[in-house]
Design a protein around this ligand. Structure first.
Ligand code: HT7
Ligand code: ZN
Length: 862
């Protein structure tokens, strides 16, 4: 397979300053005429190279050069290579494509009678021949012609220029985008859509017309997305000094979409999942996701569009930075500590396993076979953590000076991660020389901490040792720069004398602190200031102390997590006798009881503190892991806590159930806790809790309560389970996003037959392999359900492998996402590891595989 290397980057031989695209749109036969103004790139290394235009599964009709038929061209694989006599020409190429046959959902495709595009990363070449690389920036003029009755709305990037109608029932619209952009940001949408409109006036007085386009009937559920968009526009002006730059901002929501959304210039295209929300159909989590994704795509207008990537190895330049920006925005809009905890939970559940598995890669990868496989938690979420560390090192004002310089210096350019780091370095006036290793080295660094105290001098010494584990292709690692916000608590007063920023730069390093009469309690990596694993000498008493007293909310959460992690890891490893198990449980129960009783906590935060660490994160602490033991021990602890604290959980549920619905933080906190209480109670008393959960379901006036109750019921073997599932399906039969929940809840449930339920649901009339949301709803939920996925006989692995093989010809991009769970076989106990590996080998032996799946499977077997 062809491997593309970052080191092989060469500037493009030809530039395309302008492109005119002419579409005659049709569901099965769309004609495309592309006219490219091409000119030799003075910066190219080869001044004689022919014009190479990428294609993928398309055929060139006529090829004209300067308006005349031209024969000096040839196909080299999928590429169209044209010999041109001079240094500037106009090249016209015609192609014909079938959007309905495009099940890959990359390029131009049909979704429920609409036509829409997805061009990142390499979809544009499935529409027309073009130098489909992000460092070729062009001004686009787009003419769309279509049947007016079938496609009454015709949208593309930029501003509308002209429109008209023909006698044959067709109509046309011309759009012009004044901002040069790479082909991956091109978009068009045609179809029967209705707008929700609003208006925003930028700080410098530009009036921007905002529209969110959805299918008729869905417009009642666009209000939250519109409010989120306006808040994002305001926030980016205030916090990063970034204004919007067109007169129009359009968002379109479609049901069939490979990812969450796409930041096409002036025409964002969204998965409906991240636009549509009302209390009856969307949970509080869905509301947050809509707000976060709308903001993310809007923020790309500067971090991604105005400054784009030179090549796809630089993906984290736009994605890491934009994730950081959307995280900061959501923190400002809600509760900063709760948002931080949620972000760290995602990082630990999704990114840490990447870093410790066969697909580990640096946030700026060195090579790839298929770039779609690199839209990962590493590039996105760890990328955000790396830039967040720059904010910790520089402080907010100086970091802002750095980003101002970055935007000013690189506006209109296709830039690199190195450009970003240099701009922050110069603008913020900090030295990031060694820090650059975060872009080069994969793997989650581990920091071992030893604390010693000298009672005579009152000196505390912290001895830190960092190790960056070997990862594929990187056996030897250099020390990283690791900023650790640290506090030393006096255990009598319960206070500390101020936070320290320890910056670990060497393999081993000591830090001393004076004035401690007693051995302090260590609070380290507060706020999760570095994306590392800390191994610290914290006793159960220390952790209980921090869980109750730490003034850093994240550290409080972390103490609670560590308390449980230490206990469960010891239990899974068989290191607990009955007394130790009882003592561990009592300590956890005591800490939990204190949290439940703490009047100083808001309920949203309380909801975080009472959450047990997930099985994926627990599995990361064990190598090899027996997933069945992790599951059993965690469930046993949950049941013990449910029993031990039953009166408190019941009282909590009653208190929270009395809080009326609203979207404010207090009511959301109550809803979160209500379901948490049910989770613990269900583990202790399934039958009694089935009644309570069903009562919550029946009384629910919002999706958060309804889904929470149904989630609990799904895990129980009780008559209420079927009743509620049937009721839910019947009530929301015409709402695809809610039916996705119905699939997910069953596939992710604690029910012992969850895997059999998934196998049956695959034959349900509502199930289809052609809709990525539906596929993810059923199978991602199952792959993330350890008891089902890791079924001892390998049936879970087989189910996922069967899915990959069936889905790959339909949508290789989505199919490839399911390889990673199987790819973790090396860290699983030998019996299951062999079964997982056998499934990977079965996939590898298939006669035809997409490049996407082939790359993931072969790397997982290496
Ligand atoms: N920048 C967008 C990436 C994206 C994508 C990538 C691969 C295949 C399909 C895709 N759809 C959108 C989304 C974002 O990060 O904002
Ligand atoms: Zn993005």
């Amino acid at each position: 397979p062809a491997v593309i290397h970052r080191a092989d980057y060469r500037p493009p031989a030809w530039l395309v300053p302008d492109i005119a695209l002419d579409f005659v749109l049709d569901l099965t036969e769309t004609r495309v005429s592309a006219t490219l103004d091409v000119e030799r790139n003075p910066a190219a290394q080869d001044a004689t190279a022919p014009l190479r235009l990428n294609g993928d599964g398309i055929v060139a009709g006529a090829v004209l050069v300067d308006g005349e038929p031209h024969n000096a061209w040839a196909m080299e694989g999928d590429d169209l290579v044209i010999d041109l006599p001079g240094s500037a020409h106009q090249v016209t190429i015609e192609t014909t494509i079938n959007p309905t046959a495009n099940t890959q959902l990359s390029g131009l495709y049909a979704s429920g009678g609409l036509l829409c595009t997805q061009c990142e990363a390499e979809g544009f070449r499935r529409i027309t021949f073009f130098p489909d690389r992000p460092d070729v920036l062009s001004c686009y003029t787009v003419t769309l012609t279509a049947d007016k009755a079938q496609f009454p709305v015709l949208l593309s990037n930029g501003n509308p220029v002209d429109s008209g109608e023909e006698d044959d029932g067709s109509h046309w619209a011309i759009w012009h985008d004044p901002w040069p952009k790479p082909s991956y940001l091109f978009a068009l949408v045609a179809g029967d859509l209705v707008p929700t409109r609003d208006r925003f006036t930028t700080a410098s007085g530009r009036a921007v017309d905002l529209a969110i386009w959805v299918r008729a009937g869905d417009e009642t559920r666009t209000g939250h997305a519109m409010r989120s968009l306006i808040a994002s526009m305001q926030w980016d002006e205030k916090v990063y000094g970034r204004e919007y730059d067109l007169d129009l901002f359009n968002i379109v929501a479609v049901s069939d979409f490979n990812a969450g959304a796409m930041e096409n210039k002036g025409l964002n295209i969204f998965n409906t999942r991240y636009i549509l929300a009302d209390p009856d159909t969307a949970t509080d989590g869905d509301y947050d996701a809509v707000e976060g994704v709308v903001a993310h795509e809007y923020f790309h207008n500067w971090s991604g569009n105005r400054v784009t990537c030179r090549d796809w190895f630089q993906l984290s330049l736009k994605e890491g930075f934009t994730v950081l920006r959307d995280q900061q925005f959501s923190a400002d809009r809600g509760s900063p500590p709760v948002k931080r905890i949620e972000d760290v939970r995602i990082l630990r559940a999704a990114q840490f396993p990447e870093d410790s598995g066969p697909l580990a890669h640096p946030i700026r990868p060195d090579s790839y076979q298929e770039i779609s496989n690199f839209y990962t938690a590493t590039v996105y979420n760890k990328g955000a953590e790396v830039i967040r560390m720059m904010t910790v090192l520089a402080g907010p004002e100086r970091f802002r000076a750095g980003t101002d310089l970055y935007f000013e210096r690189h506006d209109g350019q296709a830039a690199t991660c190195e450009d970003f780091v240099t701009a922050i370095e110069e603008g913020a006036q900090i030295d990031l020389a060694q820090f650059r290793r975060w872009y080069e080295q994969a793997g989650t660094p581990r920091v071992d901490v030893a604390l010693s105290h000298d009672p005579v001098s009152g000196r505390v010494t912290l001895a830190l040792k960092q190790t960056v584990p070997p990862t594929p292709g990187q056996s030897v690692k250099q020390p990283m720069v690791i900023p650790l916000r640290t506090a030393l608590f006096d255990r009598q007063s319960g206070t500390h004398g101020g936070e320290h920023l320890i910056v670990l730069t060497q393999g081993q390093q000591q830090f001393t602190f004076e004035g401690h009469a007693r051995p302090p309690v260590l609070s380290i990596n507060r706020g999760f200031s570095a994306p590392v694993a800390i191994i610290a000498p914290q006793t159960v008493e220390d952790l209980v102390f921090l869980a109750a007293h730490d003034d850093d909310p994240f550290a409080r959460y972390e103490a609670m997590q560590q308390l449980v992690v230490q206990h469960l890891v010891a239990a899974v490893e068989g290191r607990l006798d009955d007394d130790a198990r009882e003592a561990g449980r009592k300590a956890i129960g005591g800490a939990l009881a204190a949290i439940l009783a703490d009047a100083g906590l808001d309920d949203l935060m309380r909801g975080e503190l009472v959450m047990l660490p997930g099985e994926a994160y627990l599995a990361e602490q064990l190598n090899p892991v027996d997933p069945a033991r992790v599951h059993a021990e965690r469930e046993a602890l949950k049941a013990w806590l449910g029993r031990e604290l039953a009166p408190a959980w019941t009282a909590l549920h009653d208190r929270c159930a009395a809080v009326p619905f609203s979207l404010d933080a207090a009511a959301r906190g109550a809803r979160k806790l209500k379901t948490q209480a049910l989770v613990y109670l269900a583990a202790a008393d399934p039958q009694g809790t089935a009644l309570r959960a069903k009562a919550q379901y029946d009384a629910a006036d919002n999706m958060t309560d309804r889904q929470g109750a149904l989630m609990v019921l799904c895990g129980l073997d009780c008559p209420q389970r079927e009743e509620a599932l049937d009721h839910f399906h019947a009530r929301f039969a015409d709402n695809r996003l809610v039916i996705d929940k119905w699939f997910s809840l069953q596939a992710g449930s604690l029910h012992p037959d969850a895997l059999a339920h998934v196998q049956a649901l695959a034959h349900h009339p509502d199930f289809t392999l052609t809709n990525p949301n539906r596929v993810r709803a059923l199978y991602m939920a199952m792959a993330a359900n350890p008891a089902a996925f890791h079924a001892a006989d390998g049936a879970g692995y087989r189910t996922i492998a069967d899915l990959i093989l069936a889905l790959d010809p339909i949508n290789g991009n989505v199919a490839a996402r399911f390889v990673a769970p199987l790819g973790r076989w090396r860290r699983v106990e030998p019996g299951r590891a062999a079964l997982m590996r056998a499934e990977l080998e079965r996939i590898a032996a298939a006669p035809r595989l997409s490049r996407d799946v082939r790359e993931q499977v072969s790397k997982s077997l290496e």
